[in-house]
Design a protein around this ligand. Sequence first.
Ligand code: UTP
Length: 280
Amino acid sequence: MTVIKKCLFPAAGYGTRFLPATKAMPKEMLPIVTKPLIQYGVEEAMEAGITDMAIVTGRGKRALEDHFDISYELEHQIAGSDKESLLSGTREVMEQCNFSYTRQVEMKGLGHAILVGGRLIGPEPFAVILADDYCVTESGDGVLTQMVKLYAQYQCSIVAIEEVPKDETYKYGVIEGTEEAEGIFRISNMVEKPAPEDAPSNLAIIGRYILTPDIFQIIEETPPGKNGEMQITDALLAQAKQGRVIGYKFRGRRFDCGSVAGFIDATNYTYQKEQEQAKE
Ligand code: UTP
């Protein structure tokens, strides 16, 4: 059985909705309470049994690499103090995972970022996490773990989907498909950022994917779509037309931390959870 060993993190976007915070700092380093978004993503991948983390960065994103590296001066400074424990989670991640990086030189869209990241992946199925979609589950498996288990059964590309209000379809890739089992859709069509009247459903793709490696060739052959960008939705459509894409209504909750409102909601939610845990 093929297992998913690698997770790609496209993190080269400009994050313009968070300016000026993202002028010199990657959006993926924004903290939810004290932990940066990228680390939540990496921990979700680890929970799914993945140890190879491949990160697509861009100009001004060096903080991502520094975060998963040793900071001798800082660690020396806090050694033996009660602050040392604050870094133990990050150290654990660094010890258990391999990190590799590549740069997207021109920001030509998510599809292009995935194509660029292909250098770090090779000819095997892989996971994709958009760290600005922060996913939590109250109990049971994390979202990527759920999807990896589903991959073992279906052996085709899988996209995480959720219901969104009809007037918000213009923010997402939206699917059309038939429900084969509870929450599992065989996708026949998908449209990138449709106006509500053009949306085939209210089931939107969020930032968790499992992709089969033929996607790289398909992205290369797919002409630029909406906004002149290379859209992953357009490439996935080619697989979907062959019945090779599953939409999975995941268990859990997603916060759109690429938007200010979603980021604040995630912060409030997480802070409250941490306070509750501290009391237990
Ligand atoms: P977004 O649509 O959220 O774009 O990208 P953005 O540029 O990061 O943010 P705004 O809209 O300007 O505020 C979705 C994901 O795809 C990555 C982003 O880093 C984010 O994780 N991405 C997007 C790339 O890596 N490269 C690109 O060229 C575009």
